[in-house]
Design a binder for this molecule. Structure first.
Ligand SMILES: Cc1cc2nc3c(=O)[nH]c(=O)nc-3n(C[C@H](O)[C@H](O)[C@H](O)COP(=O)(O)OP(=O)(O)OC[C@H]3O[C@@H](n4cnc5c(N)ncnc54)[C@H](O)[C@@H]3O)c2cc1C
Length: 423
């Protein structure tokens, strides 16, 4: 019997377990998924939860048992992964070691607040986060009592998961304070270490204008060095300071330490990964997807989905002894919730930036790219159902794949804009 071991039962791990059980004969291949937790969180819900918007009030609907998404014929081991001994094709865990013939790594990434002096000291007083479920719920309670002042959203450093989540959070804060009737008493600022609010030029301009139109101050080039919660002040490595009454920080995001400790990581916990084949470059018979890769695209569930198709194809090729395909183009897409029942949508890849247009079909859409519409907002809200019922179970093959192709489609997009570089 041969063994496929999948590390991580989050978005990428569940999709791969379902995909590979369909592809590999059960009489020849045993498949095991390992994760330290049985709780599977719907992370896109974290932007709504602090504001209790659209029915996102608690864990109901947002947290499920991971084993609901592990198909029959696949084993699940609840254990901490401690080391990947890739030379001997073995994974060491808190529940013993597991040998493998092929390994899939989908261990995600997580926040590391301890890296910023003062950040954890102020937590729960006037400093909050929303990148984990418990912290989003803490912020929800604090927002109930907040009745005015300088409300600062600060991205400590990049890369972060879901790079548009800060834009969404700032827009939803504006919406929330408006609904609460205190918008005129709240100054909202979004502080970023980047030169603008997003990495790609057309999207950055459109989103930057949108934030300013909503009275949200954007402060770029500010890399968070220190938080002084007593004085309500943050300072940057560039030598600047900003004042806050309530700080919502996005702490540094890091990959799992086990990847660095096993000689597979880039020093920040991200697995050194071939950008097109998605094979680990520092170990053999290992493929990587989701937030724990070091490939230069967004850390998003949509990306894990597009990567899963290529990882499955290359796993099969590697088993048959065939050459791997350079199939991954960096495809990423994401709705950007902007409040007042509207959202934007972006779709891009390694070389082509987000541009206005329609998705998936030219002219008819029904979704609009880089345009605020109610239909996009409905798509954003539908995504949770789609995630639990289709995406994790890998029920998107056949006609659904035409709507969400692994490689980015240029249909409905202006080719001249797609390839335009920053001025
Ligand atoms: C606020 C927010 C909003 C978001 N919004 C969107 C959105 O709108 N659209 C979108 O596409 N994406 C969004 N995302 C991103 C999306 O949730 C992630 O990109 C996606 O879940 C990544 O999947 P993954 O499998 O790589 O990692 P995860 O789903 O995080 O899974 C990693 C798994 O590995 C396990 N693990 C880690 N280390 C170990 C270890 N040592 N031992 C055992 N188990 C371990 C963890 O327990 C976890 O279950 C958002 C994320 C956040 C934080």
């Amino acid at each position: 019997m041969k063994r496929l071991v999948i590390l991580g039962a989050g978005t990428g791990g569940c999709m791969m377990a379902n995909k590979m059980r369909n592809k590999l004969s059960a009489s020849e291949w045993e498949i095991t998924v390992i994760d330290k937790s049985r709780n599977h969180y719907y992370q896109p819900g974290l932007i709504f939860l602090p504001f209790q918007l659209y029915g996102y009030t608690g864990e109901e609907g947002n947290v499920r048992d991971t084993t609901d998404f592990i198909p029959s014929g696949v084993g699940f081991l609840e254990a901490e992964i401690q080391r990947i001994d890739h030379e001997n094709h073995r994974v060491e865990t808190s529940a013993g070691s597991q040998e493998y013939d092929r390994l899939v790594v989908a261990l995600g990434c997580h926040i590391s607040p301890d890296e910023i002096p003062g950040l954890t000291e102020g937590y729960g007083k006037n400093v909050f986060y929303f990148y984990t479920y418990p912290s989003a719920l803490d912020l929800q309670r604090a927002l109930d009592d907040f009745d005015g002042g300088r409300f600062v959203l600060d991205i400590a450093e990049t890369p972060i998961k879901c790079p548009v989540a800060p834009i969404e959070f700032a827009c939803l804060a504006n919406y929330y304070f408006t609904l609460k009737g205190i918008r005129d008493r709240v100054e909202i600022a979004m502080i970023t270490p980047m030169e603008s609010v997003f990495t790609k030029p057309i999207c950055s301009t459109i989103m930057g204008d949108l934030l300013r139109e909503r009275g949200i101050e954007v402060i770029p080039n500010f890399s968070l060095a220190e938080v002084d919660s007593d004085k309500g002040k943050i300072s940057s490595y560039e030598g600047n300071e900003e004042r806050f009454d309530m700080l919502v920080a996005i702490p540094p995001n890091v990959g799992p330490e086990v990847l660095d400790n096993s000689g597979l990581g880039d020093g920040n916990g991200y697995c050194v990964t071939h950008p097109k084949t998605l094979a680990a470059t520092r170990g053999e018979d290992i493929f990587v997807l989701g937030d724990c890769t070091n490939v230069a695209t967004s850390k998003a569930g949509s990306v894990a989905h597009f990567e899963a198709g290529i990882v499955a194809e290359n796993l099969m090729r590697s088993i048959r002894g065939e050459e791997l395909i350079n199939g991954f183009d960096g495809h990423s897409n994401c709705f950007i919730e902007t409040g007042f029942n509207k959202a934007h949508l972006i779709d891009f890849n390694y070389t082509q930036q987000p541009v206005p247009g329609t998705l998936p079909l030219p002219v008819v859409g029904p979704f609009s790219l880089l345009k605020e519409t109610h239909m996009n907002h409905l798509g954003k809200l539908m995504f949770r159902w789609y995630y639990w019922n289709l995406l994790l179970h890998d029920r998107l093959s056949g006609p659904m794949e035409l709507f969400l192709p692994t490689r980015m489609s240029t249909l409905g997009k202006d080719p001249a804009l797609l390839n335009r570089k920053a001025a």
